[in-house]
Design a binder for this molecule. Structure first.
Ligand code: ZN
Length: 489
């Protein structure tokens, strides 16, 4: 039921003008109309009660805020907004602003501005987390605002008024974010290091225009805030700064599609939670683009069946309880790579550009590492690995390592493979390097007295999937169990 609640943003001006106008109407109209107005008033009250009502900006007094000297838990005469007044007025949440007045733009000024912001942020956090956790709660996402309001508490959100507090250290934006700050008003009265103000401060030496919009650092701060998912408040900003922010900020997609700033404002309708949600979602999307997940690249098609098989096995062996647990994977099936066995036999290197094209394409597409489900292609492993920056898993080395690790007593390996794989000598090389000898099918036949012609060519009457009257897999298991008694069939 809560989900259908409409969210309403109370602009400060609106809150002042509306009740005054109402009273005037009531006194001027005849009784019948007064009753109608009373109905309207009741209706307005019902709408107000249903809506989540937020105040987007309330400055706090200073570091003494949220102490016994200035207690927002009481109906305090010095506070225009406190927990008592919010409850009475039906205001569900408030952005409390850590205001920092514009001063000199030097190291000392920046240090003090940062300190002021930090002290005020601490005071706001103190109110929500230490003083009145039973009456209010810190909200850092729109969902939290809804949950807190539904529970009958006041949602406390944090804004910084004046990007002066960021100083010249971009990482301060992240520090503020970590403390719960969700918007920064870029400037106040006076130009600062981020942008031009609509209200230059001649006492600080301001000209009418300085950066003519955002400064280079201001652009970086916009990007950083978008990355983190913070709202950019352009109150007090010069029109040039406003224009630059709109062109750069989270609405960039709408701008690209040709929407004007006015049209974008209309789409969002001044709805703070909707804007916040959009900024948050855009930040997540951008983070996904900036820092892609590790993607497995499968260079396949040699042949396609082996490729499909490998992917099926990867899926089967991945510990996953839902789709999202599986490994992001790019599969490039490229069956036009010339025959590997022939290339090895004829020492024909014209195959190399095909293999390099395959791994390079996966690298360009964003793969973090590559696996190639084709034994013979590994004959050209060095050519491929030299062509890309990302690692290529060497299937045969991995196999040899796994055998050594799992069967430490095993000294001889039986190899069942295509003639191309055997001729490449890849397995023999890797196993020998690990102190193991390899028994090939021809020698196996002699040693284990298998009928002549059994391998690699099946005797007449036998299909390729069987050998000596046994299914091929059975032959393989038999060899393996005789060579390595510890092998589990
Ligand atoms: Zn303010």
């Amino acid at each position: 039921m809560f989900r259908v609640r409409r969210v309403l943003l109370w602009w400060f001006a609106c809150a002042l003008v509306w009740p005054v106008g109402f009273r005037h109407t009531l006194s001027a109209e005849p009784l019948g109309q007064a009753a109608a107005e009373e109905d309207l008033r009741a209706k307005a009250r019902r709408i107000h009660d249903r809506a989540i009502t937020l105040d987007s900006h309330v400055d706090i007094a200073g570091a003494q805020y949220a102490t016994p000297q200035l207690d927002p838990g009481t109906d305090h005469p010095r506070l225009k907004c406190d927990l008592v007044k919010m409850a009475a007025g039906g205001v569900d949440g408030v952005f409390l602003a850590a205001f920092v007045p514009q001063q000199a733009r030097d190291a000392d000024g920046y240090r003090r501005a940062y300190q002021t912001a930090m002290e005020k942020i601490s005071a706001i956090r103190r109110l929500a987390t230490t003083m009145y956790p039973d009456r209010c709660e810190l909200a850092t996402t729109p969902d939290e605002v809804e949950r807190i309001a539904a529970g009958g508490k006041r949602a406390i959100m944090i804004g910084i008024e004046n990007g002066y507090a960021v100083g010249t250290d971009l990482s301060n934006v992240g520090r503020f974010y970590d403390l719960g700050v969700r918007y920064i008003t870029f400037c106040h009265n006076g130009h600062n290091q981020l942008c031009d103000s609509c209200n230059p401060a001649p006492t600080l030496g301001d000209q009418e225009a300085e950066h003519r919009g955002l400064s280079p650092l201001g652009r970086q701060v916009v990007a950083e805030m978008n990355r983190l998912g913070m709202m950019i408040d352009v109150s007090h900003a010069a029109p040039s700064s406003f224009r630059d922010v709109v062109a750069l900020n989270a609405t960039v997609e709408l701008v690209r599609r040709g929407y004007t700033a006015e049209a974008i404002a209309k789409i969002w309708g001044g709805n703070l939670l909707r804007v916040w949600r959009e900024v948050q979602a855009t930040a997540v999307r951008q983070r996904c683009e900036v820092v892609p997940p590790r993607i497995l690249g499968i260079f396949g098609g040699m042949g396609p069946e082996a490729t499909a098989n490998l992917y099926r096995e990867i899926v089967r062996l991945t510990r996953a309880s839902k789709d999202q647990d599986h490994i992001p994977t790019l599969i490039y099936s490229f069956p036009q790579v010339p025959d590997r066995t022939a290339a090895i036999q004829n020492r024909d290197r014209s195959i190399v550009p095909y293999l390099v094209e395959g791994v390079s394409r996966l690298e360009r597409a964003g793969a973090s590492l590559i696996v190639i489900p084709c034994n013979t292609a590994h004959y050209f492993y060095d050519d491929m690995q030299q062509a890309v920056q990302i690692p290529i898993i060497h299937m045969i080395r991995e196999t040899a390592d796994a055998v050594v690790a799992r069967h430490p007593g095993c000294k001889t390996i039986g190899l069942l493979a295509t003639s191309g794989t055997i001729q490449s000598g890849l397995y023999e090389k890797e196993f020998r390097a690990r102190g193991l000898s390899v028994v090939l099918p021809d020698r196996l036949r002699c040693r284990w007295s298998m009928p002549p012609g059994c391998w690699p060519k099946p005797p007449s009457g036998h299909t390729p999937s069987s050998c000596c009257g046994q299914p091929r897999s059975r032959v393989g298991m038999d060899i393996a169990s005789r060579l390595c008694p510890s092998t589990e069939p």
